[in-house]
Write a protein that binds this ligand. Structure first.
Ligand code: C2O
Ligand code: CU
Ligand code: CU
Length: 436
């Protein structure tokens, strides 16, 4: 924190070397290290400044996924950072507690920059979180654990295989959690909060805890009003979920991704990797560990809710249609010099998203959070009922969302909305809007 109270972060995108496998080194990219990036953290109402230095030998950007902020701070394709340069992003946090993340967003090279290792988490706190009054487990690294999940394919010499492509994108057979192969976590308390991010460029996970349910406490853009038990949660690229898991002393449970369906034709399911069972994270608690579950008791004594109840939209100010085709949105490929939509600041909009293509796609909107009204005419699953910024769009169905944008305006600099399967985004499945 500097003299005027601004929270300052410095990130340097750099090339490094990481040992993932037993006997080889992998060339990787990271922020302030060889792979991944530090977890940044700021509070609602706080001013933030991030200085991002590019020590790579090509242009990159740093985008704050899920953040409401001025377009010039967004870090999308209009804020390139050339090699050797430093770019500064400044904004005031104007949203409640959530688990956001950051990653490169240079048009055409986003997928490969993320795949090589550039991404990190960005936690937002509000007055109710991260303090003694917070009923949620909140000791970072102790009972509040980042779980950044991604997949990689390795070549025999240990390097990442960047050619292992399907129609969905690059699919790997090796899972990394926070940059680690075969990750384990030893719990020291009865309850552990997992902040799970699907940081894969293409793969979808169906997350489940062997022999136990997950207590859902948060979605992409915030905490849920009422914690709910769920058996499994589907996460497409870019989506997050916060869950609490309980372990008895001496217990070990595997967090897994199970085969699932995205509602696609059979061969397309395979190309999306949905048929693959994958171990994500082994959680264990030593037999000598003491302590009982306390979360639900603390929550009840705190008044019962984690976040404001999501207000339904009676009458949207604006309705917008988003259709998705092969490498296109609304039948057009991304064009950096074309503004596709103009949003009026403060407007509450209802968007109708239809995937007209046969492949799996999702939609992410910058500078916004939204609530899913319906998917193919039905009520969304429990894990899709909280605040979101990324949503799966199944083929031939319409996803209806109520969108709330940030308060900043800029008539010239746009924000993006796009498929977060990054190969598709790079191919042009992205469009631009300004807020005026
Ligand atoms: Cu996570 Cu436009 O990105
Ligand atoms: Cu984003
Ligand atoms: Cu897509």
């Amino acid at each position: 924190v500097d003299a005027d109270g601004t929270r300052v972060f410095e990130l340097t995108a750099q090339v490094g070397s990481t040992q993932f496998l037993y006997d080889t080194q992998t060339t990787t990219w990271g922020y302030n290290g060889a792979f991944g990036g530090p977890t940044l953290r700021a509070r609602e109402g706080e001013s933030v400044r991030v200085e991002v230095t590019n020590e790579l030998n090509e242009v990159t950007t740093a985008h704050w996924h899920g953040m409401k902020l001025p377009a010039k701070a967004d870090g999308g394709p209009h804020q390139p950072i050339h090699p050797g340069e430093t770019w500064t992003a400044e904004w005031t946090v104007e949203q409640p507690a959530a688990t956001l993340w950051y990653h490169p967003h240079n048009h055409g090279t986003t997928e490969v920059h993320v795949y090589r290792g550039l991404s990190g988490l960005f936690f937002i706190d509000d007055e109710a979180t991260g303090t003694d009054r917070d009923p949620l487990p909140h000791d970072y690294g102790v009972d509040d654990i980042p779980v950044v999940v991604s997949d990689r394919a390795f070549l025999p010499d240990g390097s990442f295989d960047e050619t292992h492509r399907s129609a969905a994108g690059m699919l790997g057979d090796t899972i990394l959690v926070n940059g680690t192969v075969n990750p384990t976590f030893e719990a020291t308390r009865a309850e552990t909060r997992l902040r799970i991010l699907n940081a894969s460029t293409a793969r979808t996970y169906r997350v489940q805890l062997d022999g136990g349910s997950l207590l859902l406490v948060g979605t992409d853009a915030g905490l849920v009003p009422e914690p709910k038990r769920v058996d499994a949660i589907t996460l497409t690229p870019g989506e997050r979920v916060e869950v609490i898991v309980q372990l008895e002393p001496g217990e070990t449970k595997m967090l897994r991704s199970l085969p699932h369906t995205l509602g696609l034709l059979g061969t397309t399911e395979r190309a999306s990797g949905t048929r693959d069972p994958l171990d994500l994270l082994e959680l264990s608690r030593p037999a000598t560990s003491t302590g009982e579950p306390v979360f639900e008791t603390l929550l009840a004594s705190a008044g019962g809710t984690l976040a404001a109840v999501i207000p339904p939209l009676d009458e949207p100010d604006e309705r917008r249609t988003v259709t998705m085709q092969d490498a296109k949105i609304n039948h057009r490929r991304m064009n950096m010099s074309r503004i596709d939509e103009v949003v009026t600041v403060g407007a509450r909009e209802r968007w109708f998203i239809t995937n007209e293509h046969f492949l799996a796609h999702n939609l992410h909107i910058h500078n916004a959070r939204f609530r899913i009204v319906s998917i193919g005419g039905s009520k969304p699953a429990i894990e899709l009922q909280g605040w979101k910024d990324t949503v799966y769009a199944p083929p031939s169905r319409t996803v209806v969302i109520d969108v709330e944008f940030g308060t900043a305006t800029d008539p010239h600099l746009p924000y993006m909305f796009h498929c977060h399967m990054l190969q598709h985004e790079d191919q042009g499945m992205m469009a631009q809007f300004v807020v005026v």
